[in-house]
Design a protein around this ligand. Structure first.
Ligand SMILES: C[S@@+](CC[C@H](N)C(=O)[O-])C[C@H]1O[C@@H](n2cnc3c(N)ncnc32)[C@H](O)[C@@H]1O
Length: 356
């Protein structure tokens, strides 16, 4: 006897081009948001709602009113602004998230990374094809034989770019550093060394939450004054010291806990392994190494941001790349570490932890 099967037959969804279009033309929307950050629109609107005429005047926009409406209403349609009225009668204000995260006068401001995305990365990513074809950096170093170090030296010659880079790093890492400070038991350790600690933001977040630990934040000489200033602003100069130098060339200060935020991903495999071995040698027995990065899932299917960050490393450094926990474990065990674990932090970022 024949059985009825048709009722169980699954109908495949009809493919549509909407995702392709949304992403393919995504740079339009991206640039609208980045421009608003650059013009400090969200900082302006944090004080009170404004009309298009007021916004146009305050930002010095010389284009036709029609295009100011288009720009602002795109931000409304994307959920970044709220609006009452229409066209000439409209009043604009911040949406909840832009009011919190993109108002420069709030400590929760995280637009630094978007400022850098607008001022540097947007144009360099325009050359992704060249990066894929040549394997060479597409940033300021494009066409020169400069390596990673020269990239930093060049960037740091310009005080404005240095400050912008520091703000970008803190902006993107704040949520992760707070999450790590809350999740990892720092009370078992006396001394943290944060390698490539930039303006000391990780050390600050840890000290604010763990009263006993002392920290050393290690970075290039140009960065030290900015770190000192920020540490002082948090009244933590007695617990956080700064140390200047090149972590590849110089001896590292002793510590029972060593961290690195977004450092390993800026290197090729050989340099990654060399630095992990150096960290292992400095740590005492039972010491711990923590790498805070956008660790890619082992199957390389889920963490799109981590994969994109790895391509960003192609743009910035050529042969540098982001990695999975399996990769980290391979390098850590080769250096001598006993075991590793993953501590998920905010969004796409995790801490890869290695125990000596
Ligand atoms: C991508 S940033 C990461 C900053 C911070 N750890 C974070 O997670 O936001 C890299 C940092 O490493 C520093 N750096 C790069 N190469 C270095 C070197 N050879 N020696 C010391 N610091 C270095 C840079 O100055 C910069 O502050």
């Amino acid at each position: 006897m024949l059985t009825e099967v048709t009722s169980e037959k699954k109908v495949a969804p009809t493919p549509t081009p909407s995702k392709i279009m949304q992403l393919g033309m995504g740079f339009w929307a991206s640039k609208v948001l980045l421009t608003a950050v650059k013009f400090e629109l969200f900082t302006l609107l944090a004080t009170k709602p404004l009309s298009t005429r007021e916004i146009k005047e305050k930002l010095g926009l010389g284009c036709d009113d029609r295009h100011v409406f288009d720009w602002l209403d795109t931000l409304v349609s994307l959920g970044f602004l709220e609006r009452t009225g229409l066209l000439q009668n409209s009043m604009y204000s911040n949406a909840e998230d832009t009011g919190i995260f993109l108002d420069k006068n709030k400590p929760s401001y995280m637009g630094g990374i978007l400022e850098m995305a607008n001022n540097r990365l947007y144009k360099y990513w325009g050359d992704l094809e060249d990066g894929l074809i040549t394997g060479q950096p597409q940033n300021e170093a494009k066409g020169t034989s400069q390596g990673n170090m020269v990239f930093f030296e060049d960037l740091y010659k310009d005080q404005e770019k240095l400050q912008e880079f520091m703000n970008a790093m803190s902006g993107i890492q704040t949520g992760n550093f707070i999450e790590l400070a809350n999740k990892f038991d720092f009370s078992k350790y006396n001394q943290l060394l944060d390698i490539g600690g930039a303006d000391g933001w990780l050390s600050i977040q840890i000290c604010l939450r763990h009263p006993a630990i002392r920290c050393i934040t290690f970075d290039l000489p140009a960065v030290e004054p900015l770190a000192k200033k920020k540490i002082e602003a948090f009244n933590l100069s007695d617990r956080i010291t700064t140390c200047e130098g090149d972590f590849m060339k110089e001896d590292l200060p002793k510590a029972d806990l060593i961290s690195m935020g977004n450092i390993l991903h800026g290197m090729n495999e050989e340099a990654k392994q060399k630095l992990i071995r150096k960290v292992y040698d400095v740590l005492p027995e039972n010491g711990v190494f923590i790498a805070i990065e956008n660790i890619i899932d082992n199957e390389r299917r889920q963490n799109t941001f981590g994969l994109l960050m790895s391509l960003n490393m192609l743009i910035e450094n050529g042969d540098a790349f982001d990695y999975t926990l399996n990769d980290f474990e391979k390098w850590a065990k080769a250096a001598g570490f006993r075991r590793t674990e993953l501590v998920p932090l905010a969004g796409p970022t995790s801490a890869a932890v290695a125990y000596k």
